[in-house]
Each structure stands twice: as structure tokens, then as C-alpha cells.
Ligand binder design. Sequence first.
Ligand code: PGA
Ligand code: MG
Length: 224
Amino acid sequence: MDKQLLIFDFDGTLIDSVPDLADATNAMLTTLGKETYPIETIRNWIGNGSRLLVERALVGKVEVLENELTVEEADHAEHLFFEAYKNLSGSKTVAYPDVDNGLKKLKNAGYTLALVTNKPIRFVPKILQSFGWQDLFSEVLGGDSLSTKKPDPAPLLHVCEALNVSPEQAVMIGDSRNDILAGQNANMDTLGLSYGYNYGQDIRELNPTEAFDSFQALQDYLLK
Ligand SMILES: O=C(O)COP(=O)(O)O
Ligand SMILES: [Mg+2]
């Protein structure tokens, strides 16, 4: 493939972090004396960063209506979630099959790698370190690194600028509509992965440039 820069999403693309995110969400709900949810429900609330995950858990559904929660209520719950996730993050999180090897092969093949996640940046270095990936990525941005997050194109364009690569030379790779829309909004090719978290919707419905059912298939395509 004639691209230079691969911008990866994190949760649902490289790592399966749902078990830890679900535990932290349920710990927060338990502290608040509220009903907890099964992991399969919580999986469909991931993708727009921690704040929206917390708000969705508080109302028990994906769509959070205006005025359904007070800012104070959501702030307090988010604080409880952060405390729980700080302790839990990484304990049940695993890399998807072939990701560890695949990332190293792609880097060795000459691609520049970057990471753009909607996860708050403070949780990212510890997880990268736990997989020994701290030196793989030339740029790493979290959901709160800039004033906007995916599906806004700003984080992707920021990475391109920092690495002096044009959007045409970059490709966004992710599991969620937020990744595909961010890439499309940045005028980049997009590669979708079907195994992650996309609100239960097939990633192909977002019309990515290509879509794959495994990291191995993605890797084969990129190394062709
Ligand atoms: O934190 C989230 O909501 C999702 O994170 P991601 O952007 O790495 O998939
Ligand atoms: Mg994701």
C-alpha cells in the first residue's frame, strides 16, 4: 500500500479493554447505589470517551437526553469511574490476536505508526507500557489531548501536521463509526475492523475504504 502513516484507534482495535471498562463502570454504579449492567450492554456504550460512557451508564441507554443529568451528578460519577479505572485499567485488558506481532511488522516495513484514542490520555501510557508498545508510536493523542475528539478530524490532522505527512498519505484504522467518520472528515482513507465496539452496528455500513474481520487480514492488506 502506498501510504506512509497508519493512525490506529486503541480500544476495540488493538486492545480488548471492555472487561476493565465494564468493571470500572459497575464499580461506579455500585458506589452510587445504582443498578449494574452486563458487559455486553456496556460494550455498546464505548466509543465517545469516558464522559459519555459514564452518562450512558447513569441513564442506562446510549442516548442521553439534554437535562437528563445534572453536570454535578455526571462530574461526581465520572470522578468515581476514573478512580475505579485507574486501579483496574490493564488488569483484564488484552491485545487482540496478532496485534503485537503485526504492529512490529508494520513498523519494520517502514510505516510510521500513530495512536489516536478517545480514551483520556492519562490512562494510555500505562497500558502501552504493559504491552511493551511505548516506543512504537510516533504520536499518541487521547480524547482530551485537544479540545475536540473523533469523529472530529482535528486529532487526525494534528498528527499529520506533527509528523509532516499529508492526509492523503495517511490512513485511519479503527473499529468504531467515530474512527471512520473522523477519517472521512479528514479526507483520509479509512480501514474498518469488525471485531470491536461499534454500538452493535456493522462497521461496513459506514463505508470505510476497506474492512477486515481480523488484525491478520488488515496486516496482510497493508503488507501486500
Ligand atoms: O474511550 C473510548 O470511548 C473509546 O476509545 P477508542 O477511541 O480508543 O476506541
Ligand atoms: Mg475503538
